[in-house]
Design a protein around this ligand. Sequence first.
Ligand SMILES: *Cc1c(COP(=O)(O)O)cnc(C)c1O
Length: 370
Amino acid sequence: MIFPKYIPLMVPDIQESDIEALVDVLRSGKLVQGLKVEELEIGICKLTGSKHAIAVSNGTASLHLALVALGIGKGDEVIIPAFSYIATANAIELVGATPIFVDIDLATFNINKSVIEKAITTRTKAIMPVHEFGLVSEMNEILAIAKKHQLFIIEDAACALGATENEKHAGTFGDVGSFSFHPRKAITGGEGGVLVTDNEELAAKLRILRNHGIEIQNGKMEFVLPGFNYRMTDFQAALISNQLKRLPQILETKSKYAARYQNDLKSDKISVPRAPMNKKHTWQTFHVLLNASINRDAFVSLLNQNNIGSNYGAQCIPYQQFYKNKYRLNCGELFPNSLFAYNQGLALPIYEKLSLPEIEYIIEKINAEL
Ligand SMILES: *Cc1c(COP(=O)(O)O)cnc(C)c1O
């Protein structure tokens, strides 16, 4: 039996009320960084418990802005996991700094805390842990390392809005946290990003930098820094704010589906991810590992022929053309886990709009084919 309609890897959960919220913005005449953006920033502070939230145009702009605001640039090094979405490293390249790659732990797909210290040099300025696929990294250990070596922590929490460790929210452990609202994430504005920080001075600098370097001094507009235009539109903010209300429900559905995959995928040729008891996973991606004996790309094609959308989960960044040519790192030797996750990882459909018959079919098909 082949499922009668194609099941995409991701479908955003856009509802009638989202569309109405969007139309309201058009009617209001205030299209950029207006009340809707403010409302979103307040909503993000409420959810995460952060003191400040700064909405920007996307989740790469937010990483870039965080690095600029912290004064990281030429000659500086930033430690990141070798396995992540490419934007994590690109943001560092964009400020002229050097990404220093560290391998991941295959049980979590997050940076391996025990090799971070070996990567620290006199040029290291920051650690940028990625809460890959929505699971918080081992932040207590990472915070201790950062404190000892006086490094900043920028959390790439693009996949982790709503993720927690012992009830503390992703993005609020370090100096600054960055989220994305790309359509692959749980809630979306088409594009969108937001930064959170408890540091008032840093928040003020981020606000200035996102808007052409403008600061209001004595009621007057002054251009105090060479800033960017990284503003969020009110279209984006209206969509995201409205979906933010449904985030708990969306995360609950995803968690239910994750449990389904964990319990019902039977083959010993596949290993499924699990979250420790003290961590709430957002399951931005349900990322399984296929045994080395299985050709992952051929398996993606086979699932595709059976009307199931799937794909690899993230890149082994130093293995991608630009980074390979620039840094010439032997990934097999230095980052074996990242390379394995890149070659054998498989992202499966998991989203609010996925139906029960669809997920049952996906599980049945994988069990039959592996
Ligand atoms: C999605 C994502 C980004 C980039 O976010 P955009 O909003 O698409 O720019 C950065 N890092 C990670 C880990 C991501 O998953």
